[in-house]
Design a protein. Sequence first.
Length: 246
Amino acid sequence: MNRGAKVAIVARGQVALDATAQELKAQGGSVLSIAADVTSQPDVDRISSTVQSSWGGLDLLCHCAGRSMRGTALTTSVEEFRDLLETNFLSAVRCTQAFSSALIESRGHLVLVGSLASKVAAGYLGAYPASKFPIAAFAQQLRMELGNQELHTLLVCPGPIARYEPHLGGTRYIKQAPDVPAAAQQPGGGAKLRAIDPRWLAERILKACQQRRAELIVPRKSRFLFTAGQLSPRFGDWLLRKMTTE
C-alpha cells in the first residue's frame, strides 16, 4: 500500500473482508473489496468484470487461496481430494483464465502461491500435496506458452506461514485426523522450519516480480531437497523424513 498501488482483495467472509479493507484504507491505501468464492466460475467472472470496470486493467494478480488438511493417502476420501483440487488448483486456473487478457495487455505479473508441497509430498497431509503439485506444472506451462507475450508467471513455494491466531496453536487438525502422528498435526506438517512472516514474504514476492523471476522458494535450502528427490527418489524420501518430525 505504501507504494501507491490500488489493491483489490477477495474473500468469502464479508466480516473479515471488511475488517481487512478498513485496515488497509487506514494506511492510506486505495482498496476494492469483493466478496466472492473463487471456486465458483460466476463469482470469478464477477470479480474480473468488477476490476475491469473499476480500473480498466490489471498489473498483478496474486492467487493465494488455499486450504490444508491432515490425513493419510488411503483414508482421505475421493471427495476430499476433489474438494482440495477445486480450492487449491482449479480456482487458480479460473482466475488466471479470467484475467489473462488484461495481464498480457499490461505485460503484468501472475503470482501463483503454491507451497513446498508443490515440489515434495510429505506424509499425513491428506489431499494437500496432490492439490498443490499441479500449481507448479501450470506455472511452467504458462511460462512456456506465454512467456514470449511478456506475461510474467511467478511460482511461489513457501514453507509454513506464521498465523496471527495463537489460540489455535497446533490443534487445528486434531479433530480432523486424530490418528496421524502428533508432529504431523503441527503447522507445516511437522517440517523443521521456522514460520515465515507474511509481510516479509510479500516484500520478497514484489522483488521477485521486479526481477521477473520464475520461482521463489522459501526457505532457499529446500532447493537441495527438491534436487535430491529428482536425482534419487529414495535419497529424497530419506532426506524428507529427516526434515520432518514423525
